[in-house]
Design a protein around this ligand. Structure first.
Ligand code: COA
Length: 336
């Protein structure tokens, strides 16, 4: 018998977690040999010590397949009813990356599509997976956050090159009950397109249409206005956390582990201050991986040493602008 609350479908329950980082590591010292920067600047302004990057010839789908395989193993299942890939660095602008990822995982024939919400993509992917389950479209969904920002950064831009790294993380969501460990939700999702220019790639879309003549090379690179993005990240995640706590009937004191988007350690510190949350409840792996965009939350979940039963809050923020938060009680997972 379903114990779903009235008006809600079945719950989406986190049943498996897997991650993948490409083997190549670039330290701050290596970056400082190429760019006018230093280990000291990057560590003090961002908390980042190194990042992983893919080799030429590789692509986001490779990261996604490796993480997806591990998540399926962790969930002890070899099939899924749908695959959702959150990414801003698809293998190609068209088609979506998810169908190829699904096929390479032996999951051909099922719905597979991409979700684009930049660094908030993974939480949007979770909400999409939960929606597919609650609508009865799929009984279990593989949700993958995968990004290879190293492929879209301007080689001469010391700010973005210091921050971003490549990686992937994935979870399996299965149909279940709202009161069991791992049940996701409620969700708080939001966006503000008035500030879409703060984080963007100017070319490659329909706005700067293909003419047969290549666009200016710089227009194909990712651009970010650091300071306003920093302020918006703190503001939007703080507001979203308060809203999702209200919906869940939790207070800040109920949060055992806070897993925020790993964009900058100073953003996480500012969130802790604003929320009056002790810093030791904040999960952070940014020193080792940098900002891995849509992979950031699942990589932090895997590195967080979370214990079954702990109350976990996820919050993310990215280009769009877009933000999203959700909560769950941590389940007992088998390593992927
Ligand atoms: N090494 C050395 N100096 C650098 C540098 C680097 N890697 N990157 C930027 N600088 C310089 C700037 O050029 C600037 O120099 P200037 O004063 O001569 O113009 C100076 O450092 C200060 O720049 P500023 O942008 O004010 O620094 P900051 O303290 O705001 O830090 C960010 C910059 C990008 C680290 C910070 O704004 C940030 O983290 N923003 C949010 C990023 C984010 O969350 N992005 C993802 C959203 S999903």
């Amino acid at each position: 018998m379903s114990t779903s609350p009235p008006g809600q479908g079945p719950a989406a329950v986190l049943a498996g977690l897997g991650t993948w980082l490409p083997p190549k590591v670039v330290s701050n010292h290596e970056l400082a040999r190429e760019l006018d920067t230093s280990d000291e600047w990057i560590r003090t302004r961002t908390g980042i010590g190194q990042r992983h990057v893919i080799e030429p010839g590789s692509a986001t789908s490779w990261l996604a397949v490796e993480a997806g395989r591990r998540a399926l193993k962790s969930a002890q299942c070899d099939e899924a009813g749908a695959v959702v890939v959150a990414t801003s660095t698809p293998d190609r602008p068209c088609p979506a990356t998810a169908p190829e990822v699904a096929s390479r995982l032996g999951l051909s024939g099922i719905p597979a599509f991409d979700v684009g919400a930049v660094c908030a993509g993974f939480v949007y992917g979770l909400a999409t997976g939960a929606g597919l389950i609650s609508a009865g479209i799929a009984d279990n969904v593989l949700v993958i956050g995968a990004d290879a920002f190293s492929t879209i950064l301007n080689p001469g831009d010391r700010t973005t090159r210091a921050i971003f790294g490549d990686g992937a993380g994935a979870v399996v969501l299965r149909r279940g009950e709202h009161d069991e460990p791992g049940a996701l939700g409620p969700f708080d999702l939001g966006s503000d397109g008035e500030l879409s220019d703060l984080i963007m790639i100017p070319a490659g879309g329909s706005r700067q249409r293909a003419t047969g003549t290549p666009a200016s090379p710089a227009d194909h690179y990712f651009t970010m206005s650091g300071k306003p993005v920093f302020m918006q990240a703190v503001l939007r995640m703080t507001e979203s956390v308060h809203r999702v706590l209200g919906q869940a009937g939790w207070t800040v004191d109920d949060i055992d582990r806070f897993v925020g988007h790993q964009a900058n350690s100073r953003i996480l510190t500012a969130l802790a201050e604003r929320l009056e949350l002790p810093e030791n409840r904040i999960v952070s792996n940014i020193e080792r991986v940098g900002n891995t965009a849509a992979a950031s939350i699942p990589l932090a979940l895997a590195d967080g040493g979370l214990r079954p039963g702990e109350r976990v809050l996820l919050t993310s923020f990215g280009g769009g602008l877009a933000w999203g938060s959700t909560v769950l009680r941590w389940p007992d997972l088998i390593p992927g």
